[in-house]
Design a protein. Structure first.
Ligand SMILES: Cc1cc2nc3c(=O)[nH]c(=O)nc-3n(C[C@H](O)[C@H](O)[C@H](O)COP(=O)(O)OP(=O)(O)OC[C@H]3O[C@@H](n4cnc5c(N)ncnc54)[C@H](O)[C@@H]3O)c2cc1C
Length: 483
C-alpha cells in the first residue's frame, strides 16, 4: 500500500467538531481512509482530571460527534486507557501510517503529546499536529525582549497588529472510511454520566455539541452582540454569548467565532458590541499564552511572594461559600447558579472569587478546584487566569486593594434583585432595597417576607467592612515584602 493511501488516525481531544478542524481536513487531503479516534485517558491530565460537570458535557458531546461522523462516512472509534498504547493498538489493527491531531497546551498534555509523537515517529508513523483551538499560537506573540507577555493590553495590541487569524477551513462533505470494521466502545462504556442525577439543571440549560455551539453563536450574533457592552454586566439577562463550554471542548473554533462576529453588520452608533466582544475572545488567547509559558501557575502563584501568603484553613467557611450559604445574596445566587447550571456569569465569578480570597482569606486554589468540578466550561488556562487575577497573584491581576463589595455590586448590577430572586428564592419577597443586604432590613419587613435570618436564610458569615480591612492588611504585607 503506498504511504499516501494508508489509513490516517485522527486523534480527537478538545476539538470535538468536524467543521474547521485542521487535523481532520489534512487527514482527508492525505488521500487514504480516515479513522476518527477518541481515547478516554483521565489519568493523563495530571492534577486536573475532568470534573463532574465537564464529564457530563463530554458524554453528550461524544454522542453528538459520533452521529455527525457516522453521517460523514467514517464512525468515531472510542477507546480508553493509556493513549500511546491505544494508538499503537489501532495502528496495528488498521495498518494506519499516520496519526494527526490538534494541539493542546496544558502542561501535562504537552508532556504526554511530546512523548507520544517521538514514540510513534520511532515506529515509523507520520505524526502531525495542528492548531485547532487558538487564534494565535502562544509562542507567536512575544515582547521586544522575546519574553512572554504578562499584561493583557500589550499582548492584545501586539497580537492583533501582527497577526490575522487564519480563516476557517472549508466544510467537509465526506470522510473515506477504512475497509475493515474497527472495534469501538460505546459512549456509555466510558461511564462519564454521574450516578446521581444532579445534572438535570444542566440538561435544561445546554445542548452540547457542534450544532448547539452554532445555534448559540447565531442567537448571540442576531440578538445580543449589539448590546454586549452594557448587557454583559447584568447577570439577570442573557447579555453574553455563553460560548465558553463549546470553545473549551472545541465544538466551535475561535476562528469560526472571530469571523462570524466580524462579519456582523455595524448597527447604530453606541450599539456596536462586537469589538468589545472580540477583545474578550483574545483574553482566552492570553490565558493560553500564560499557561503555556508559565506552566506551574495552575497550582502556584505567578508572583512567587504570594506563596507565603497567610491563607486560612476553614472547612466550614469554604463549604458555606460552595453551597451558596454565605448570607450575601449576590454571592449565594452566583454559587447556586453554578451548581444548578454548570455556568456562572463573568461579573459574578469575579464577585464570588473576590469574596473567597479577600473576605474569607481562603486560598484561590480551593476556589479554582471547586470551579473545576462544577463548571461545564472548566478550562485550565482560563480558570487559572481568572483565579490568579482575583487573588492578585497572577499576570495583569486585580490590585490587592481592589476588594469587590458584594452589596454595592449587587445594587449596581442587579438593582431590582431579579437575579437574586431567581437563585435565592427564600428571600425573594424582600423589597428591592433590602434584597442586597437582608440583615439591615427592619424586623417587621423580614417577617412579612417570610425571612428569619439564621433559620430560613443565613446571617452574613463575615462582616464585609471588617473583612475588607483584614484583607488589605494581609495583602499589604505581601506587597511590601515584594518591594
Ligand atoms: C474566577 C474566574 C474563573 C474563571 N474560570 C473560567 C473557566 O474555567 N473557563 C472559561 O472559559 N472561562 C473562565 N473564566 C472567564 C469568564 O468568566 C468566562 O469565560 C465567561 O464568563 C464565559 O461566558 P461567555 O461565553 O458568555 O462569555 P462572553 O462574555 O460571551 O465572552 C466570550 C468568550 O471570551 C472568552 N473570555 C471572556 N472573558 C474571559 C476571561 N476573563 N478570561 C478568559 N477568557 C475569557 C471566553 O472564551 C468566552 O466564552 C473565569 C473567570 C473568573 C473571574
Amino acid at each position: 500500500m503506498p504511504p499516501s493511501a494508508s489509513p490516517v488516525v485522527v486523534w480527537f481531544r478538545q476539538d470535538l467538531r468536524v467543521e474547521d478542524n485542521p487535523a481532520l481536513v489534512n487527514a482527508v487531503e492525505r488521500g487514504g481512509p480516515v479513522i476518527p479516534l477518541f481515547i478516554w485517558s483521565p489519568a493523563e491530565e495530571g492534577n486536573w482530571e475532568s470534573g463532574g460537570a465537564t464529564k457530563w458535557w463530554l458524554h453528550h458531546s461524544l454522542e453528538n460527534l459520533s452521529e455527525t461522523l457516522k453521517k460523514l462516512g467514517s464512525p468515531l472509534i472510542l477507546r480508553e486507557g493509556d493513549s500511546l498504547k491505544a494508538l499503537r493498538k489501532v495502528i496495528k489493527e488498521t495498518g494506519a501510517g499516520a496519526v494527526f491531531w490538534n494541539r493542546r497546551y496544558e502542561p501535562s498534555t504537552i508532556e504526554r503529546d511530546k512523548n507520544i509523537k517521538s514514540s510513534l515517529k520511532d515506529d515509523g508513523i507520520d505524526v502531525q499536529s495542528f492548531n485547532g483551538s487558538l487564534l494565535f499560537e502562544p509562542w507567536q506573540i512575544m515582547n521586544g525582549k522575546n519574553e512572554p507577555y504578562k499584561v493583557f493590553t500589550a499582548f492584545y495590541k501586539n497580537a492583533t497588529a501582527l497577526i490575522t487569524p487564519p480563516t476557517p477551513l472549508d466544510r467537509l462533505d465526506k470522510l473515506p472510511k477504512p475497509k475493515e470494521k474497527i472495534e469501538s466502545l460505546a459512549v456509555s462504556d466510558l461511564k462519564l454520566m454521574p450516578k446521581i442525577k444532579w445534572y438535570l439543571g444542566m440538561t435544561e440549560e445546554w445542548t452540547p455539541g457542534e450544532r448547539g455551539a452554532k445555534e448559540n453563536l447565531d442567537n448571540f450574533i442576531d440578538g445580543v452582540v449589539d448590546d454586549y457592552i452594557g448587557d454583559r454586566n447584568i447577570p439577570s439577562v442573557v447579555g453574553t454569548s455563553k460560548i465558553s463550554p463549546y470553545l473549551h471542548f472545541g465544538e466551535i473554533s475561535p476562528r469560526q467565532v472571530w469571523y462570524a462576529v466580524k462579519a456582523k453588520d455595524k448597527t447604530s452608533a453606541g450599539r456596536d458590541g462586537k469589538n468589545t466582544y472580540l477583545k474578550e475572545i483574545v483574553w482566552r488567547e492570553f490565558a493560553y499564552h500564560l499557561i503555556y509559558h508559565f506552566p506551574h501557575t495552575a497550582e502556584k502563584p505567578l508572583r512567587p511572594e504570594f506563596e507565603k501568603f497567610p491563607w486560612r484553613d476553614d472547612k466550614a467557611l469554604l463549604e458555606a461559600w460552595q453551597k451558596g450559604m454565605t448570607g450575601y445574596p449576590l454571592v449565594d445566587a452566583g454559587m447556586r447558579e453554578l451548581w444548578h447550571t454548570g455556568w456562572m456569569h463573568n461579573r459574578i465569578r469575579m464577585v464570588v472569587a473576590s469574596f473567597l480570597v479577600k473576605d474569607l482569606i481562603l486560598p484561590w486554589q480551593e476556589g479554582a478546584k471547586w470551579f473545576w468540578d462544577t463548571l461545564v466550561d472548566a478550562d485550565l488556562a482560563s480558570n487559572t487566569l481568572g483565579w490568579q487575577w482575583s487573588a492578585g497573584c497572577g499576570a495583569d491581576a486585580a490590585p490587592y486593594f481592589r476588594v469587590f463589595n458584594p452589596i454595592l455590586q449587587s445594587e449596581k448590577f442587579d438593582p431590582k434583585g431579579k437575579y437574586i430572586r431567581k437563585w435565592v428564592p427564600e428571600i425573594a419577597k424582600l423589597e428591592d432595597k433590602w434584597i442586597h443586604k437582608p440583615w439591615e432590613a427592619p424586623e417587621l419587613l423580614l417577617k412579612a417576607a417570610g425571612v428569619e435570618l439564621g433559620k430560613t436564610y443565613p446571617k452574613p458569615i463575615v462582616d464585609h467592612s471588617f473583612a475588607r480591612n483584614r484583607a488589605l492588611e494581609a495583602f499589604k504585607q505581601i506587597k511590601s515584602k515584594s518591594e
